[in-house]
Design a protein around this ligand. Sequence first.
Ligand SMILES: NC(=O)C1=CN([C@@H]2O[C@H](COP(=O)(O)OP(=O)(O)OC[C@H]3O[C@@H](n4cnc5c(N)ncnc54)[C@H](O)[C@@H]3O)[C@@H](O)[C@H]2O)C=CC1
Ligand SMILES: CC(=O)C(=O)O
Ligand SMILES: [Mg+2]
Length: 559
Amino acid sequence: MTIVLTPYWSNGVQKLRVAPQPPAAPKRGLVPAAFDRDVHTERCLLQLRSKDKGIEKYIYLSYLKNEDPAMFYKLCLEHMAEITPLIYTPTVGDACVNFSHIFRRPEGLYVSIKDKGKIRDVLQNWPKIDEARISVVTDGSRILGLGDLGVNGMGISIGKLSLYVAGAGYVAMCSSRTELTTTEASDRSLPFLSALTWARTPRGTSTDPLYLGLRQKRVSDPEMEAFMDEFMQEMTATFPKLMIQFEDFSTDNAFKYLERYRKQYPVFNDDIQGTGAVVLSGFLNAAKLASAASGKPLSTHRILFFGAGSAGVGVASQLMSFFTLQGLTKEEARRSIWLVDSQGLVYDARGRLPEHKKYFSRNDYQGPPMTNLLDIIDYVRPTALLGLSTITNAFTSDVLEAMALINPRPIIFPLSNPVKLSECSFADAVEHTRGQVLFASGSPFPEQEYQGKTLYPGQGNNMYIFPGLGLAAILARVSQVTDTMVEASSLGLANSLTDEERALGLLYPQVNRIREISAFIAKEVVRAAQKSGVDRSPDLRNKSDDELLSFINQKMWKP
Ligand SMILES: NC(=O)C1=CN([C@@H]2O[C@H](COP(=O)(O)OP(=O)(O)OC[C@H]3O[C@@H](n4cnc5c(N)ncnc54)[C@H](O)[C@@H]3O)[C@@H](O)[C@H]2O)C=CC1
Ligand SMILES: CC(=O)C(=O)O
Ligand SMILES: [Mg+2]
């Protein structure tokens, strides 16, 4: 075998590394005579398509990822629009609910409350400590809109990690080796992920003999805080190059642990910040189309949130920058946003509010509680209605018609996941706004024909953001993830639409361009990290934008 050395630069010093080799041909006799890898791609696709149910397709794809990861990711990249809903929302919701039943072999790292005091020992068991770069950490307490699923929430970490690899090619960065046989790819394609399964028997699983988690109540707040402090300290000590994504923590804990660690470690919360960024991006594009139709300036938009949890308030906070970008003050921006929760309009005179709702609580309404969404729409007269409530079909035909009555092009984003919890479907939104809706949902919906025209739904899901944001954070070796980095990811996404996509009226780029989009977002985020002074890769500072983009592209593993 010939070994080819290629030069590269590290901290200003030129070094050599072994160039990647093409996959070794399988040894004679170990595959059938006519075996051909390209034909095998078609075979795998046909096997996948032969299954009727989403969950069966999920199980097949999980098997393929473990057996032949290069093939799995090749299929993902070549059929992104078809496969994303099978490995991610909506199917991942079913996979999580049934996780303890469809479980075949462990994937990821499980740290439970029983490990408190010896978390370091558990982390040391991870097979490839030096290669760990990204971790999607959940405690399973609010999985999509499905509630507390305990250890079954691991499915969401696995799904997000698959999208990290498919969407941003993480494997290459973890590689210190050269062989690209499928077995090696398999070893290397295990990015680090962990689920913290402390301690709660989610409803419905207490009597399930197959449930894989602990069977006890979740621990008290102080005990969880002590656990989290130890966990974060040991994670960053054991894996010094690690970026941590918090995922699907219940509302209070989502806000609490983001604030507690965001200045100390490279960590972000996907539901608060990733969702904020993806919705800001789609909203920027939608608001331009809505304002063009109404003739009213962008600064006059009025946004009504149905759902005021971690995602709702996270998105509201991020949308503040939509208004400040139009020249409004922060106070004026705040006044352009209204929240609704399970008790109706959020306002000061209503009584004691949880901390995360206070900033957007209205002080200009003192009347009786306003709980009916139609009354609230009539009072607020919003240009945009955003759903993050987990309430299926809350945007009824009356609600959609009311929005269409006050806006030539109403912005309607039912963002709850999975599909069965969406506040409305695309078909209903099109029908009840006579095709005028500017639409994005958390989970995918099929396109619609309306009066001879094809209308396309947007998917306002943080999957557009976290691969590129995380990639930039890792490449720039950031010490923390700043607000300006999150905003840069959002503006990067908004600006990544092609002219053709804009001509089709899309609010988000097509998902099959995810690699290109992630690279572009990553470039913008690296620059933002440099401006914030949180980067620790000085080499990247000397690169022009083109050089940086091509560096990022080179770092992406291509199956
Ligand atoms: N599209 C995306 O990328 C994302 C979507 N989500 C989805 O957003 C949803 C909410 O997530 P979180 O904010 O983390 O949950 P959460 O539990 O923190 O918040 C839910 C909110 O909905 C409100 N709510 C409940 N019933 C209501 C009702 N009848 N009327 C009005 N409001 C009601 C609650 O008061 C709460 O404020 C989930 O379905 C989740 O999957 C979350 C993150 C990202
Ligand atoms: C998409 C996502 O992160 C969620 O629904 O929680
Ligand atoms: Mg989430």
